[in-house]
Design a binder for this molecule. Structure first.
Ligand SMILES: [Zn+2]
Length: 1088
């Protein structure tokens, strides 16, 4: 009984293993069968016989079904829909093959179509439009529907169901922009300056019926093919992938590409992908270990190879696409950062804005980043970084009821060491970035880690291991999310940010199809890490944060800056723009302080100029975008930013004057305080906008005064400048000796020249405006003047030597080296040091040259110090390791310092950010001359100042204060009640006995104050002053903030967003503060 049954079964259900060999069968030659796969989907000579010929069932592009007319907007205007569709605009006939241009022009098409009867019930009909440029589909009644990106990037618009009717003609408009995703680069090299005469051919304007099965098979085959190509040959999964692919091709050939054979092919694909890849259900299968978190995004550079005006359209195009895709793919999640881009959409595209808002409400379109733009973090001041968060978070909260939890900055050129402290205080405990994968010297060692600020604050930082923020959602991206993950010991999860950036419009339907298949593959055969669509980036970080909090893992730490080993030229390129930034920051600081005082004790009717300040800040913050301030954008962008800074200075000048007038100053009779020949009148009052008391130097009348500045000509073209502190010998425009009389030491090495202008050949490997490469140092050439210097100021307040140096036939630099009377006698605040100041005027017409000024010293240290936001960064002066060497050019703010025990030299500047200290030589970077992407970057006239500040003793508050004072020129104005105004300007200053390391860096009114609010958020009762105080030297600091004559109620500690954290005890005249090293603290002071 037991023996019969199996025999029965065998004979009925399966064939017998044959006794005799039927025919020869060889082992597959692996690479031949693998290379064959390309025939099926790659186009080329077999396209008509391949799957590619089956993707569309029908195609129409001519009358009577499709008619096309065009109206070209004048010049480079970008008219609105209403302007473009005015009756008076004459639309003329157009057709496929026509050419439009030149670069940056706009062409509006009116497209009328009628669907053939037999198409009405087809499952999918699309419009395919390819003008090789960016474009937007508009409805007839003026709603922007979807963005298109030419060149095959994103050509399809799915015809909505309400267009599917019999014999009905429909009209849509298409706004064609004559630029591609990356603007209009010349000769196809992305970073070359725009070609003004680029023309674009309309190659596709077709209605097509899509064969959805063929399209689905295309993605099935793509992913299984990738498994065959990318899985290791020693895995069974690789071999099976190859067999499945070959089986699909064989089946397609046997069925001659028929509909039914395509269905059969898809069934074969299921052997490898499983049965669920046609829907989001694939992500419901086997959810264990789904560790790769894909998230859609579209990184739109706020300006770069196109101006702001085009970015506004890119945002509308890209985000409209995503709204459509979010409707069609339930699993899809999309994140977008940059409050500024949302604000543009809100102002210019109400329909798209409503669509975005409704998706944000649903939770699938997600705000992220919490900053105004994705800004540079090297150069903006501390307060600017604060405002990026304050303006960003307040925008998100006011429009969507929620702040962002994750600071999102995938593409900026290095990360300031104080970011963890600042973004935490702005409500974000996590940070996402990616750019360090571009390092061209050292490989950054972590993926997920604790990033620790100067003050010890930390955030969780994640750098996507797929090493891009615009992944195509390829099989390889998913694979690399584990193979390149450097923190697997601590946590195996990762983010995979996918989607086309910069006007490519974000994720495509194809990317979502590929991800479904990657997941299906992982479910079915394994080996590939399991990808899911992240619910949100916040959820990804929440899980890690919980894990850390619960002690389930301990992340590796990285202390200090995330120095980017590339793009070091961005500290110098586009000098005027950087100068605009520094000057705006100082102006805003002063206005906010004085306007705050004016609202407390100013003339009746004075109102805090919130509107003006907001517009100034928004311009400044916008210009800090990571391709604007760094200097890596095209010329058009710098015309935009020049205009923005012009607006800032114009508004600033007006509202500053208003505040001064409200405070009772006579603004019509100002004497410039830096005009040393004409000292200010006695009744003038010095504006005290910094947190310590400054005095205007007294005017000396005699050279006999101990502190007087003297100048003597020692020899032909050799001069000596001196005061009570310093003796400076200038020979041929450079300093051959700098002698500290009190310390009795020489600061310029024997035979060397300080304040020496040097020029370098500057041809980086590729990214011209961005990079300066280490080999440029080998081309160092000293610039020597051809004519003699002369005395341009002869004391006793100030002496100066002026020298003109020819750089080339086209360029020259005029420097004025000056020494003022010794500060000790000129001011009672005798801790002020004497400094050698240099003013330079440059006519700069060079090509690929780098101008710097050098200061060789007699100091020894393996580390130099550089001012950064709210603190000091120390960096090596040697090249011991490749990590040290990589820092051959670094970013500094108002000063850099090289000190040894007992003595040091600080170099101050008022608009520069690039610096290097190599051994004993300090070097300030002045001007570059890259020719791409702006062919005229930095050409023309420049004005700049720097100073050499020798100091006996360690680096301390004298340097920090000198840096501020060098950047905040003293102003004195007549006032009718000098004592009263001086008293008022004593408010919110630190008491004399406070630690000198403390700085009150910002005094402003509360954002939500009823008399100062901009109305974006509900105003609250009461009036407040916000103070921002930090420890500038890196140690525990204690001090007392004074109220002066201001009547104060309660005082709270608050975060950067001005949320109250805890109450502070208030004394009669002020309150105590205690800060840890490099801590930044904000206080909210109630006015009564
Ligand atoms: Zn970018």
């Amino acid at each position: 009984m037991g023996g019969d049954a199996p025999r029965q079964m065998m004979s009925s259900s399966s064939a017998q293993y044959p006794q005799l060999a039927q025919r020869p069968k060889g082992k597959q030659i692996h690479h031949i069968y693998r290379d064959r796969l390309g025939q099926f989907t790659n186009g080329g000579q077999y396209k008509q016989q391949s799957l590619m010929a089956k993707l569309y069932d029908a195609r129409l592009s001519d009358s009577p079904h499709v008619t096309l007319e065009v109206w070209s907007a004048p010049d480079q205007t970008r008219p609105t829909f209403a302007e473009a569709t005015k009756k008076s605009n004459e639309y003329s006939k157009a057709k496929k093959g026509d050419v439009f241009g030149p670069s940056w022009t706009t062409h509006w098409f009116r497209l009328r179509f009628t669907l053939p009867h037999e198409w009405i019930y087809k499952p999918c009909v699309e419009l395919h439009w390819d003008s090789n440029s960016e474009a937007m589909v508009w409805s007839e009644d003026g709603n922007p529907l979807q963005g298109l990106t030419g060149g095959g990037e994103r050509n399809e618009w799915v015809i909505p169901n309400h267009f599917r009717d019999f014999d009905q003609e429909h009209t849509i408009y298409i706004e064609m922009a004559c630029n591609g995703m990356f603007g209009n680069p010349t000769g196809g090299d992305t970073i070359q300056p725009p070609d003004p005469n680029r023309y674009f051919q309309l190659v596709e304007a077709d209605l097509v019926v899509v064969n959805l099965d063929a399209r689905a098979l295309f993605y099935d085959f793509w992913i299984i093919g990738d498994a065959a190509r990318e899985f290791p040959e020693d895995s069974w999964q690789e071999h099976q992938a190859l067999q499945v692919c070959n089986e699909i091709i064989d089946c397609f050939i046997a069925g001659e590409g028929s509909r039914s054979c395509i269905e059969d092919c898809r069934e074969i694909a299921q052997k490898y992908l499983g049965p669920h890849v046609d829907s989001e259900k694939v992500y419901e299968q086997d959810k264990s270990d789904d560790i790769v978190n894909a998230i859609g995004n579209c990184h739109i550079d706020t300006c770069w190879l196109w101006p702001w005006a085009e970015t506004k359209r890119k945002v509308a195009r890209s985000w409209s696409n995503q709204c459509d895709l979010l409707d069609r793919y339930p699993e899809h999640r999309f994140v977008a950062s940059q409050a500024q881009q949302y604000k543009w959409l809100e102002q210019l595209y109400p329909y798209a804005w409503d669509r975005v808002k409704s998706h944000i409400k649903k939770g699938n379109f997600q705000t992220i980043g919490g900053s105004w733009v994705e800004h540079d973090t090297n150069m903006p001041s501390g307060e600017s970084l604060v405002r990026q968060f304050l303006y960003g978070q307040r925008f998100f909260e006011s429009r969507f009821g929620e702040r962002c939890k994750t600071f999102w900055l995938p593409d900026t050129f290095g990360y300031s060491t104080q970011l963890p402290q600042l973004c935490r205080s702005a409500g974000m405990t996590r940070f996402f970035t990616q750019k360090l994968s571009w390092n061209n010297i050292n490989n950054f060692p972590h993926t997920t880690f604790n990033w620790v600020s100067l003050d010890g604050s930390q955030v969780i930082c994640h750098m996507a291991p797929c090493e891009t923020y615009t992944a195509e959602a390829h099989f390889g991206d998913v694979k690399r999310s584990v193979s390149q993950h450097k923190s697997l010991d601590q946590d195996v999860t990762s983010l995979l940010p996918f989607g086309k950036g910069d006007g490519g419009g974000g994720p495509t339907f194809g990317m979502l199809e590929k991800l479904r298949r990657c997941r299906g593959l992982s479910n079915k055969v394994g080996l590939l890490p399991k990808v899911k669509i992240a619910d949100s980036v916040d959820e990804f970080f929440d899980r890690i944060e919980r894990k850390v909090a619960n002690g389930e893992t301990e992340l590796v730490t990285w202390y200090g800056e995330l120095y980017f080993e590339l793009h070091r030229g961005t500290y110098t390129t586009q000098a005027n723009n950087k100068r605009g930034n520094r000057k705006s920051e100082a102006l805003l600081h002063d206005i906010e302080y004085l306007a705050t005082l004016a609202t407390i004790q100013g003339r009746k009717g004075y109102k805090y100029p919130k509107k003006g300040l907001d517009s100034m800040w928004e311009d400044v913050l916008l210009c800090q975008f990571h391709d604007c301030l760094p200097g890596s954008a095209i010329e058009m962008c710098y015309r935009d930013s020049d205009e923005a800074y012009e607006r800032v200075f114009k508004t600033g000048k007006k509202i500053l004057k208003d505040a001064l007038v409200a405070l009772g100053f006579d603004t019509d009779h100002e004497k410039a305080s830096d005009d040393k020949q004409k000292p200010i009148k006695a009744e003038s009052v010095t504006l005290q906008t910094l947190s310590w008391h400054r005095e205007t130097p007294k005017h000396l009348t005699s050279y006999d005064d101990d502190s007087a500045a003297n100048v003597t000509q020692l020899d032909d073209d050799i001069f000596e400048l001196s005061n009570a502190d310093l003796k400076v010998t200038v020979k041929q425009g450079a300093i051959t000796s700098l002698y500290d009389k009190k310390a009795r030491r020489e600061l310029v090495p024997e035979g060397a020249t300080s304040n020496q202008l040097v020029i370098f050949d500057d041809k980086p490997l590729y990214w011209q405006a961005w990079d300066v490469e280490v080999y440029h140092l080998q081309s160092r050439k000293e610039l020597k003047p051809e004519t003699n210097s002369h005395i341009s100021a002869s004391g006793p307040d100030r002496v100066a030597i002026q020298t003109t140096t020819k750089i080339s036939d086209k360029s020259w630099i005029k420097t004025t080296i000056s020494l003022a009377a010794a500060a000790s006698a000129a001011s009672s605040a005798s801790s002020r040091l004497s400094q050698v100041e240099v003013e330079a005027e440059v006519e700069w017409r060079e090509t690929m040259k780098f101008l710097k000024v050098e200061f060789p010293t007699t100091l020894t240290n393996t580390e130099a110090s550089y001012e950064t936001q709210y603190g000091i960064v120390r960096r090596p002066t040697h090249y011991n390791t490749s990590w040290d060497m990589a820092k051959f050019e670094v970013c500094c703010h108002k000063w850099a310092d090289l000190s040894e025990h007992g003595y040091g030299i600080s170099v101050l500047n008022e608009s520069k950010y690039g610096f290097a200290t190599a051994g004993k030589v300090m070097r300030l970077s002045l001007l570059r001359a890259p020719k791409a992407p702006d062919a005229h970057a930095d050409m023309g006239r420049h004005h700049m100042r720097w100073a050499i500040l020798p100091h006996k003793g360690a680096l301390d508050e004298r340097t920090v204060r000198a840096g501020y004072e060098f950047n905040y020129p003293l102003r004195s104005l007549p006032h009718s009640e000098p004592r009263k105004i001086k008293d008022l300007m004593g408010a919110f200053k630190l008491s004399e006995d406070s630690d000198k390391s403390l700085i009150v860096d910002c005094v402003k009114r509360g954002e939500d104050d009823e008399d100062a609010s901009n109305g974006d958020m509900p105003a609250k009762k009461g009036r407040h002053v916000i103070l921002r105080i930090f420890d500038s030297l890196g140690g525990f600091s204690r001090g007392r903030v004074l109220f002066g004559p201001v009547k104060v109620g309660r005082v709270w500690r608050c975060n950067l967003l001005e949320d109250v954290i805890g109450e502070v005890e208030v004394g009669e005249k002020g309150f105590e503060v205690q800060l840890r090293a490099f801590e930044v603290v904000s206080f909210k002071v109630e006015l009564t």
